[in-house]
Design a protein around this ligand. Structure first.
Ligand SMILES: NC(=O)c1ccc[n+]([C@@H]2O[C@H](COP(=O)([O-])OP(=O)(O)OC[C@H]3O[C@@H](n4cnc5c(N)ncnc54)[C@H](OP(=O)(O)O)[C@@H]3O)[C@@H](O)[C@H]2O)c1
Length: 221
């Protein structure tokens, strides 16, 4: 059975994906920042990680030394204050948003890439809102910009860090999902999103980088 390491799985899509992969019989290591009783019930192996704190990621990598995974997914992310725009956001709030959504995932990926098996994948939970080419509204401009920054950083990661290694790089959009972040008015429930994401991840084959939604459809960069 395949194995996966999921970063940021206490609730929402990360928790749902852990439940889905466990139900398919996968061996999963899942991380949480805060207490996560529902995650413990999945039977995944658990570890505590705050991606904003690189030392916790380094400690995870050390604790998993000697293991390798078919798929590593960095799912953790934040929405920030929905009322913030480029015109009114504080430097501190903007720094937090970009740190958690763009900088920390790439730092995390650099620390965890050695744990990915040849033939496997490393994934980033971005958003369709991070598509520069596809952007047709000003909605959630700072969150969108943070995911665009993540996409840009992962393009460099693919070239500089993954290079010629046979590892696929996935930039994933989960759909607009009913979670704490997505809200009750979102398009799809967690179960629909994570079934699709699990299929996309399971089918990922190197080489190359792809920007895909939960149905496997390609998104323009
Ligand atoms: N929901 C949507 O419609 C949607 C659409 C597009 C993209 N996304 C992306 O999908 C991912 C998951 O979203 P969601 O809807 O499941 O959000 P959510 O319900 O708000 O859950 C966010 C998850 O990220 C974790 N997290 C946040 N900051 C972290 C940090 N510094 N270190 C470790 N974990 C951290 C949270 O942990 P705690 O419980 O400790 O806070 C939680 O497990 C995010 O990257 C989000 O941007 C979501």
């Amino acid at each position: 059975m395949p194995s996966a390491l999921i970063i940021g799985a206490s609730r929402g899509i990360g928790l749902g994906l852990t439940q889905e992969l466990r139900s398919r019989g996968w061996d999963v290591v899942a991380t949480h920042r805060s207490a996560a009783p529902a995650l413990a019930a999945t039977g995944a192996r658990l570890a505590q990680v705050d991606i904003d704190d690189g030392e916790t990621v380094a400690a995870l990598a050390r604790s998993l030394a000697g293991e390798s995974f078919d798929h590593v997914l960095i799912n953790a992310g934040i929405i920030g204050d929905r009322a913030d725009t480029a015109s009114n956001v504080s430097r501190e709030a903007l720094a937090q948003l970009f740190w958690t959504n763009a900088i920390a995932p790439v730092r995390t990926a650099r620390l965890l890439l050695p744990l990915v098996k040849d033939g496997g994948s490393i994934g980033f939970m971005t958003s369709i809102l991070g598509s520069v080419a596809g952007r047709q509204s000003g909605w959630a401009e700072l969150y969108s910009a943070s995911k665009a920054a993540l996409n840009s950083l992962t393009r460099g990661f693919a070239v500089q860090d993954v290079g010629n290694r046979p590892v696929a790089i996935l930039n994933l959009h989960p759909g607009w999902v009913k979670t704490d972040m997505g809200g009750d008015g979102a398009d799809i429930d967690v179960a629909t999103s994570v079934k699709g994401l699990a299929d996309v991840i399971a089918a990922a084959r190197p080489p190359g980088q792809r920007y895909l939604d939960y149905t496997g459809a390609t998104i323009p960069w």
